[in-house]
Design a protein around this ligand. Structure first.
Ligand code: C5P
Length: 300
């Protein structure tokens, strides 16, 4: 008997970053939008905790206890006095180390899968507490949809989304380390007064109305200069996507995936084709948002 859970990727339609806090994290106004690119986590009883992984970039995913999915299973088991005797299989489709919360998705998926497999019925509030301990983006992967994340991104307020948004994601050749991008942000902003991060009302209104043109104008990512500084060729990808007819383009989270908001499915296919032909990315994926959070798709 196994349980399989499907978990979406995310794009940050606004990522406002404050100055470094004493604990090294940064206060954020982080507007998360779940997008329909999914990893699947399957939990099966086993003699001991074991992880396997397949899909694009699977060779870069650690299979030991440093994997966020392993830590999620151990944290849930510890809370209930159980042994985490489970085989976790991760079928990856979210770009690895891409700034789309793939690792966070696997952790959230593992919590939901193990909770169902072990028949725990853990209240969602408790699952969200475990998520927040695992990483700043993990709570959002659990709930999906759209949300404003404050604090280090883990305190969530659900947001209304009034329509479907169409995206193209350009997958870069290589990854970026999130801590390294935040360090670069600190270096770039050193000696300047970093303003308090605030959500843009214009952006929240555009989301609520489902207005892609208005959302395109309001997209912003304070980590983009840092990501471009560490990965300069992303500027070429952004230029190629805009030239291909995207309404707007930006670095997704800490990168190096770039996200292009487009008018409709037809435009998405065209922009994806042009991006690939431009030779400025390794792959181009189309997806829509919002998408549902971690959901059991097979098993109990
Ligand atoms: O919370 P998470 O483990 O995903 O964060 C990864 C790294 O990103 C942190 O160690 C920190 O360097 C950086 N970070 C940050 N401020 C945040 C979220 C993450 O500085 N709000």
């Amino acid at each position: 008997m196994s349980v399989t859970v499907r978990v979406p990727a995310k794009v940050n339609v606004q990522l406002a970053v404050g100055g470094a806090r004493p604990d090294g994290f940064h206060d954020l106004a982080n507007v998360f939008l779940a997008v329909g690119l999914y990893d699947e986590v399957t939990a099966t009883p086993a003699d001991e905790l074991r992880i396997t992984c397949t899909g694009p970039g699977a060779d870069q995913v650690p299979l030991d206890r440093t994997n966020l999915a392993a830590r999620a299973a151990l944290a849930l088991a510890a809370r209930h006095g159980l042994d985490a005797a489970v085989h976790l299989h991760i079928a990856k489709d979210i770009p690895v180390a891409g700034g789309m919360a793939g690792g966070s998705a696997d952790a959230a998926g593992t919590l939901v899968a193990c909770d169902a497999l072990w028949g725990l019925n853990t209240p969602q509030g408790e699952l969200l507490d475990i998520c927040a301990e695992l990483g700043s983006d993990v709570p959002f992967s659990l709930v999906g949809g759209a949300a404003l994340g404050t604090g280090r991104g883990e305190q969530l307020r659900p947001l209304d989304v009034g329509g479907t948004f169409h995206w193209v994601f350009a997958v870069a050749d290589g990854g970026l380390s999130t801590p390294a991008v935040y360090r670069e942000f600190d270096r770039i902003t050193e000696g300047t007064e970093v303003p308090e991060p605030l959500a843009s009302q214009e952006l929240l209104d555009a989301l609520a109305k489902g207005d892609a043109t208005a959302l395109a104008t309001a997209l912003s990512n304070d980590l983009q200069p840092a990501a471009l500084s560490l990965f300069p060729s992303l500027a070429d990808t952004l230029a190629a996507g805009r030239a291909a007819g995207a309404l707007a383009g930006l670095v997704s989270g800490s990168g190096p995936t770039t996200a292009f908001l487009v008018r409709d499915a037809e435009s998405a296919a065209e922009v994806a084709e042009s991006l690939l032909a431009s030779g400025t990315c390794r792959a181009a994926r189309t997806a829509t948002s919002p998408a549902q959070g971690a959901t059991v798709v097979r098993g109990r």
